[in-house]
Design a protein around this ligand. Structure first.
Ligand code: KG4
Ligand code: ZN
Length: 370
C-alpha cells in the first residue's frame, strides 16, 4: 500500500458508541471497505444517561469483535493497512482510553503508525466529505465519499451540534480549524436530553423530543432564544433548560405532563433551532464562507436540518449536511478525517499517544505536525 492511496483502520470510543471502520483513499474519493457500530443506548437508557465506567466496560467487551468483523468485511489482512486512526479526545476519559489502548496494541502488534484524530474533526468530516447519496435518504452508512475541492470549499463554516458540543468552526483548509463560538454551559444535545427527562420522555432525549414536537405547537410557550444579544458567536442552553423546568412545574400543578408534553417539546425545539441558526447567520455574515456544513448528533433533527437548509438558500451558500447515519458517532467520520492527516504526516508511534478529555481543536493539528 502507499501514501497516495492509504488504507486506514479507524476506531471511535469517545462516548456511548463503539465503532470501527476501514477506509481507503483513491484519487478523488474515499471508500469505506468495512464499518461497524455498536450503540450502548439501551444500556444507558436504564440510567437515563451515560455512566462513563459502564460505557468503558461495554467498549472493552465489544471492540475486539468489531475490529475482527470490520477487517473481515474489508477483505484486507492487517499487513495491507497503512495506519491505525483513533479518536484521542474529546470525550469521556474511561471510554476514550479503551479505543486508544486498542489502537496502541494493534499498532504495536502490526508495526503500524497511529493517526490521532480529534472527535470534532470527525464530525466536520462527516459533512465536508460528500456522500454520493441523498443525505436525508439512506438508512445505512454511505460507502463512497468525494474529497472536496479546496478552492470551492474553504473557508467552510461548520455548525457542530452534539451531545457534548455546540460549536461554530471556520474550516480554513484541510486540517486547519478556527473556533468562532462554543457553548458556555450545556451543549444543545445535552439540553435535549435534560428537557426530555423533565417531560418523562425516553433517553436519548433528542429523538424523543423531536417526535413529541411533531404534534405540538411551537408557538405555545415563547421561550427565550438564548444569547442573541451577546454580540459574539457563543451559545448557552442552561438558562433555557431552567425556563422549561419552571414552566413544566407550573403546568404540572394543574394537569398531567401528557397534556402539555408535545407543545413544550415543540416550543423548546424551536428555541434551540432559532438560537443555532441565528448565530450561524451571524457567522456567515462575518466570515463569508464558501460552504456551510452541519454535523453532529443533533444534526439528525429534522427542524434543524430544514432551518439550516433554508438559511443556506437565503444566503446563497452551498450547503452540506452530514448524512443521517453519520450524525451520531461512528468510525467512518474518524477514518475520513484521518486520511488527510495521514497524508500530511501527522502520525505517531504507538508509545507516543494519549487520550485527552478536552483537547483544543484549533491547536490539535499544529501540535501534531511532522
Ligand atoms: O454526536 P453524538 O452521537 O454524540 C456526541 O458526540 O455527543 O450526539 C448525541 C446527541 C444526544 O444528546 C441526542 O439526544 C442528540 O444527539 N440527538 C438529537 C436527535 N438525535 C440525536 N437531538 C435532537 N434531535 C434529534 N433528532
Ligand atoms: Zn460526537
Amino acid at each position: 500500500m502507499s501514501k497516495s492511496s492509504p488504507h486506514l483502520l479507524a476506531i471511535e470510543t469517545s462516548c456511548d458508541e463503539t465503532a470501527v471502520a476501514i477506509v481507503k483513499r483513491s484519487q478523488d474519493t474515499i471508500s469505506v471497505l468495512g464499518q461497524t457500530v455498536a450503540s450502548q443506548i439501551d444500556i444507558h437508557a436504564i440510567t437515563g444517561g451515560v455512566v462513563p465506567e459502564v460505557a468503558a466496560r461495554e467498549h472493552v467487551a465489544i471492540l475486539p469483535s468489531l475490529i475482527k468483523n470490520t477487517l473481515k468485511q474489508s477483505r484486507l489482512n492487517p499487513s495491507q493497512l497503512d495506519a491505525i486512526a483513533v479518536t484521542v479526545g474529546p470525550g469521556l476519559m474511561p471510554a476514550l482510553v479503551i479505543g486508544v489502548s486498542a489502537a496502541q496494541a494493534l499498532a504495536y502488534a502490526w508495526q503500524k503508525p497511529i493517526v490521532p484524530v480529534h472527535h470534532l474533526e470527525g464530525h466536520i468530516a462527516s459533512a465536508l466529505y460528500r456522500a454520493e447519496e441523498n443525505p436525508n435518504a439512506k438508512p445505512q452508512i454511505p460507502n463512497q465519499f468525494a474529497i472536496p475541492i479546496s478552492k470551492h470549499t474553504f473557508p467552510a463554516l461548520a455548525l457542530i451540534v452534539s451531545g457534548g458540543h455546540t460549536m461554530l468552526v471556520l474550516v480554513e483548509d484541510f486540517l486547519k480549524y478556527r473556533v468562532l463560538g462554543t457553548t458556555r454551559d450545556d451543549a444543545a444535545g445535552e439540553a435535549f436530553d435534560k428537557v426530555a427527562r423533565l417531560l418523562d420522555l425516553s433517553y436519548p432525549g433528542g429523538p424523543a423530543i423531536s417526535q413529541a414536537a411533531q404534534t405540538g405547537n411551537p408557538n405555545t410557550y415563547p421561550f427565550t432564544r438564548p444569547m442573541l444579544r451577546s454580540g459574539d458567536l457563543d451559545f448557552s442552553f442552561s438558562g433555557l433548560k431552567t425556563e422549561v423546568l419552571y414552566k413544566v412545574r407550573e403546568l404540572s400543578a394543574t394537569q398531567p405532563v401528557t397534556q402539555f408534553v408535545n407543545d413544550i417539546a415543540a416550543s423548546f425545539q424551536a428555541a434551540v433551532v432559532d438560537s443555532l441558526t441565528i448565530k450561524t447567520a451571524r457567522a456567515i455574515e462575518q466570515t463569508k464562507p464558501r460552504r456551510l456544513l452541519l454535523a453532529g448528533g443533533v444534526a439528525a433533527n429534522a427542524q434543524l436540518r430544514q432551518a439550516a437548509t433554508d438559511l443556506a438558500k437565503q444566503t446563497g451558500i452551498p450547503f452540506s449536511l452530514a448524512p443521517l447515519p453519520l450524525c451520531s458517532d461512528n468510525a467512518v467520520m474518524i477514518g475520513l478525517a484521518a486520511v488527510k492527516a495521514y497524508q500530511a504526516g501527522h502520525v505517531s508511534n504507538w508509545s507516543d499517544i494519549d487520550a485527552a478529555a478536552r483537547p483544543d481543536l484549533a491547536t490539535f493539528r499544529r501540535r501534531l505536525q511532522a
